[in-house]
Ligand binder design. Structure first.
Ligand SMILES: Cc1cc2nc3c(=O)[nH]c(=O)nc-3n(C[C@H](O)[C@H](O)[C@H](O)COP(=O)(O)OP(=O)(O)OC[C@H]3O[C@@H](n4cnc5c(N)ncnc54)[C@H](O)[C@@H]3O)c2cc1C
Length: 395
């Protein structure tokens, strides 16, 4: 392992890999990415639903989406990896007048930034997603260019390209300390020795606060467990190929449907369905054990919205961690109080899709270039000044 580097990146999820790729694109290759696991992308990145959308309430997040989706649409050409990107759209279902008012304002904002979002009534929403029960739905929004992509493909694409350009990637190596001298980062200590460096990127996902503490900086990010369940349907006799196995009363496209009031969401996954829902009673934890006693709450909502799920069995389930910031927006840029420490944390459940733009922005900041985006809403200082707009679409 190298004993010195211009930049050390802590964490090999989609964020760390994206920063490594974009630094390399800027000619910064004296970079070491350190990942404590045996493989990259096994943290939150490896447990996410793959959703990618333009539909956010905060203009800064919409800008991250526009830039990120533009790269994801041409990922194989630019980065050299296929990512199985299906742009079958995101459908948000609304069932309260208050959410209709909020979404109408946000559709106007999204359209003002050039995003093609449609406003739908319940019948139009039902027509997009066969099998959907829209009882109680008073409005819906749909953006065709939203979709589902492969988080592992994106992470490995960024990492392999960075490595080919000269970036070092050290797996099975845990960061155990950050040495700060006279208010500036001086070295990173790991289980395989020390790397002298003047710049460290905290890309540790839900562990961002722990990494910050190593340098004496509080990073306001907490881990919240979120579950994903995979539903399997009995395969009708003679059904081939596999995607014909689910009943006709389930969408055959990869459309992502989100019931905004409950946060229940689903999309087609192979021959079955992937679905999840936030637990409003969850408190911060690093525990990723599946809580099977939460499943009945999800099923109550799930079979109401998609009755065909009553015929399915749960083939498997997993839990991962959202890395939640106080306002649902990420922190991208320099940390406060220690020179040379940079943060790319707190993506609050939508980090996979924003990793292309977020990594590009942080690489520009580190390289001393203009990041070409107002970083106020992503700055670490905002929590002290109250200059926060926050994100309303945390699902
Ligand atoms: C159930 C679920 C569903 C989701 N669905 C979506 C979705 O549909 N769309 C979307 O955009 N986002 C989604 N997300 C959020 C998304 O997965 C995260 O925002 C994103 O993966 C964060 O990436 P990361 O690289 O910051 O973190 P991680 O992928 O967690 O990577 C951090 C890495 O840091 C490493 N690390 C930690 N501490 C150390 C240390 N001391 N030394 C070395 N390495 C260390 C970890 O091992 C880990 O590999 C979902 C998340 C979950 C849990």
């Amino acid at each position: 392992m190298k004993r010195s580097a211009d930049v050390v990146i802590v964490g090999g999820g989609c964020m760390g890999a994206s920063v490594a790729y974009h630094l390399a694109q800027r000619g910064l290759t004296d970079v070491v990415l350190v990942e404590r696991d045996k493989m990259l992308g096994t943290g939150s990145t490896g447990r996410n639903a793959g959703g990618v959308r333009h539909q956010f309430s905060n203009d800064a997040n919409i800008r991250l989406s526009i830039e990120s989706i533009a790269l994801l649409e041409h990922f194989a050409d630019h980065v050299g990896q296929s990512i199985d990107f299906h742009q079958d759209g995101y459908l948000f279902l609304l069932s309260t007048p208050a959410s209709v008012d909020t979404f109408k304002r946000n559709v106007a904002l999204q359209r003002s930034l050039g995003v093609d979002v449609q406003w739908l009534d319940a019948a139009q929403a039902a027509a997009l997603a066969p099998g959907l029960n829209t009882d109680g739905v008073v409005g819906a929004t749909f953006c065709q260019r939203d979709g589902i992509a492969d988080p592992n493909g994106v992470t490995m694409g960024f990492a392999k390209s960075a490595q080919a350009a000269g970036v070092s990637i050290e797996r099975d190596t845990e960061v155990t300390g950050i040495r700060v001298v006279a208010g500036r980062v001086a070295a990173v200590e790991t289980t395989r020795g020390t790397i002298e460096t003047r710049m460290v990127v905290n890309a540790a996902g839900p562990y961002a606060r722990q990494i910050g503490r190593l340098a004496g900086v509080d990073v306001p990010v907490d881990p919240y467990r979120r579950h994903i369940f995979i539903a399997a349907f009995d395969r009708p006799a003679g059904a081939t190929p596999a995607h014909e196995a689910a009943p006709a009363r389930v969408p055959s496209s990869h459309i992502m449907v989100i019931d905004f009031a409950t946060t229940f969401y689903f999309h087609r996954e192979g021959a079955g369905l992937l679905f999840g829902m936030g637990d409003p009673n969850e408190t911060p934890t690093f525990d990723t054990t599946v809580q099977w006693d939460f499943l009945p709450q999800v099923i109550d909502v799930a079979v109401t919205r998609l009755p065909a799920l009553a015929e399915a069995s749960i083939s498997h389930a997993w839990a991962g961690l959202y890395e939640i910031s106080p306002d649902g927006n990420p922190i991208i840029g320099p940390a406060q109080g220690v020179d040379g420490l940079f943060l790319i944390n707190g993506f609050s459940g939508h980090g996979f899709q924003h990793s292309p733009a977020a990594g590009r922005i942080l690489a520009d900041v580190i390289a001393g270039r203009d990041p070409k985006i107002d970083l106020t809403q992503f700055s670490a200082e905002r929590f002290g000044t109250g200059a926060v707009a926050g994100e309303r679409y945390v699902v």
